[in-house]
Design a protein around this ligand. Structure first.
Ligand code: ADP
Ligand code: AMP
Length: 214
C-alpha cells in the first residue's frame, strides 16, 4: 500500500500517518522530519534547508527528491509507504511518478485532507511533540492524558518547532496555495485522489482514512 497524505500545514498528515503506520505496518516518510534531522546534524543539506524552513519557504525540488528517493523505493518493496509532506510541487510529483514507474511500482491513493485555512493557524501554533518519542499533541485539541506527561513513553520533556509561529505559518500556507495545490490536480488526472473531511475530530478522520484504505 503506497499512500500520499495531502493537505496544508496543520491538516493532520503527521497525526494520521502515525496511526496508519501502527495499524497497517506501512512506513511514514515525512520530508519535513528528514530535513529537521539533517539540520540537527548540521549537514550541508541541513544548513541550506534550515534557513528556508525558518522563512516558511519550500526547499529546492532536487534536494528533496535526493533525500526521499531511495527510502521510498526501499519501503515500497517492503510493506509500503505513507508520504507526509511530499510531493509538494508538480516537478516533485513528476519525479515521484518517474521513480516509481522505473521500479514497476505505483501509488494506490492520494488522500486529500480537506480543511479550512484559518483553522490551520490555531492548529499549528498549538502544536507540540514529545521530545523523546515524537508523539504529537495540541494545547487544546490533543492534550496528554496526564498534564505534562507523554501518553506513549512517559517522558516529561516536550518541544515545539521554531517554524510553528503565526508569521511563518501564514508564509507556509501561501507556499501551499501557490506551489502545492496544483499537485492535487496532477493526481486528479490520474484518478488517484480520495477526499476526507479534516475538520472532523482526530478519531473521526482516522475512521474516514481507514474506510479509504480498506
Ligand atoms: P500536519 O502534519 O499536516 O502539518 P499535524 O498532524 O502535525 O499536521 O497536526 C497539527 C496539529 O493539529 C497537531 O498539534 C495535532 O495534534 C492537531 N490536529 C491534528 N488533527 C486534528 C483534528 N482533526 N482536529 C483538531 N486538531 C488536530
Ligand atoms: P513540514 O514538516 O511538512 O511542515 O515541513 C516543514 C518545512 O520543510 C516546510 O515549510 C519546507 O520548508 C520544508 N519541506 C518539507 N517537505 C518539503 C518538500 N516536499 N518540498 C519542499 N520543501 C519541503
Amino acid at each position: 500500500m503506497n499512500l500520499v497524505l495531502f493537505g496544508p500545514p496543520g491538516a493532520g498528515k503527521g497525526t494520521q500517518a502515525k496511526r496508519l503506520e501502527e495499524a497497517y505496518g506501512i512506513k511514514q516518510l515525512s520530508t519535513g522530519d528528514m530535513l529537521r534531522a539533517e539540520a540537527a546534524e548540521g549537514t550541508a543539506v541541513g544548513q541550506r534547508a534550515d534557513a528556508l524552513m525558518k522563512e516558511g519557504k519550500l526547499v529546492p525540488d532536487d534536494l528533496i527528491v535526493e533525500i526521499v528517493g531511495d527510502r521510498l523505493i526501499r519501503e515500497a518493496k517492503r510493506k509500503g509507504f505513507i508520504l507526509d509532506g511530499f510531493p509538494r510541487t508538480v516537478p516533485q510529483a513528476e519525479a515521484l511518478d518517474g521513480l516509481l514507474a522505473r521500479k514497476g511500482l505505483a501509488l494506490d491513493h492520494v488522500v486529500s485532507i480537506e480543511v479550512d485555512d484559518e483553522a490551520m493557524v490555531e492548529r499549528i501554533t498549538g502544536r507540540f511533540t514529545c521530545a523523546r518519542c515524537g508523539a504529537g499533541y495540541h494545547d487544546t485539541f490533543q492534550r496528554p492524558k496526564v498534564d505534562g506527561v507523554c501518553d506513549v513513553c512517559g517522558s516529561t520533556e516536550f518541544k515545539r518547532r521554531s517554524d510553528d509561529n503565526e508569521a511563518t505559518v501564514r508564509q507556509r500556507l501561501a507556499a501551499y496555495h501557490d506551489e502545492t495545490e496544483p499537485v492535487l490536480r496532477h493526481y486528479e488526472h490520474q484518478g488517484l485522489v480520495r477526499k476526507v473531511d479534516g475538520m472532523a475530530a482526530i478519531d473521526d478522520v482516522t475512521a474516514q482514512l481507514e474506510a479509504v484504505v480498506g
